[in-house]
Design a protein around this ligand. Structure first.
Ligand code: COA
Length: 186
């Protein structure tokens, strides 16, 4: 069990197999769970809330059919959200050497509650347990919240792709993480 001060509050983290529990208020318990094909509808619904070009349900179903795709999601109990609804999720690809962070998103009304940090910690720890020691991701140069989150885990800028995003012409920053030297627990 981990006890960690976060967001000026005490949060208790407990491992139950692949699930990680977080109590962020006396009432609401938060679980970070491994997702599977049956979560594709909830994932695409969350994507639609968070992104202009969301992944579709079919895109998630196809991704889950491959062995390299992994996703974790946050569910709440004692919450207005339905049991299958997701408050946040992270999706990654595993290669033999790297975990590539494909996407991470938290519902607007749940941001700054530590959910992004919990998702990132869970995905990195899971990759580390399979022997992966390097992380990589791309992020829009304007996405300050995501950049702060990644840098707080030790990701460092390794390059830039000019005009990478077709919708805005924005640059993509490439970030890498040496997990051999970094804690992946929050
Ligand atoms: C990026 C995102 C996932 C962060 O989720 P979150 O649950 O709000 O993040 P957390 O509460 O766990 O915050 C963790 C850290 O991220 C950083 N962070 C999060 N939101 C931030 C903001 N608005 N401004 C600056 N830093 C921020 C901080 O370093 C924060 O640590 P701190 O609270 O100790 O300062 C969320 O903002 C989001 O869903 N954004 C839209 C989707 C998106 O852009 N995804 C990234 C695609 S590359």
């Amino acid at each position: 069990m981990f006890v960690h001060i976060f967001d000026q509050r005490f949060i208790i983290f407990t491992w139950f197999g692949n699930d990680r529990m977080m109590h962020d208020s006396p009432k609401r318990a938060v679980r970070c769970v491994r997702l599977a094909t049956e979560d594709a509808p909830a994932l695409s619904s969350l994507e639609s809330r968070c992104f202009a070009l969301p992944w579709t349900e079919q895109a998630f179903a196809e991704a889950f059919a491959g062995k390299t795709f992994h996703a974790f999601g946050i569910r709440e109990t004692a919450s207005p959200l339905s049991p299958r609804e997701l408050a946040g999720y992270i999706a990654v690809y595993h290669t033999p050497d790297e975990v590539e962070i494909l996407n991470i998103a938290v519902r607007e009304d749940r941001r700054r509650h530590g959910y992004g940090r919990l998702l990132m910690a869970t995905a990195l720890q899971d990759a580390k347990e399979t022997g992966i020691l390097r992380g990589v991701l791309e992020v829009r140069i304007s996405n300050a919240p995501a950049i702060h989150l990644y840098e707080s885990f030790g990701f460092r800028q390794a390059g830039k792709r000019r005009g990478y995003y077709q919708d805005t012409g924005e640059d993509a920053l490439i970030y890498t993480l040496d997990m051999g030297q970094t804690r992946t627990n929050p």
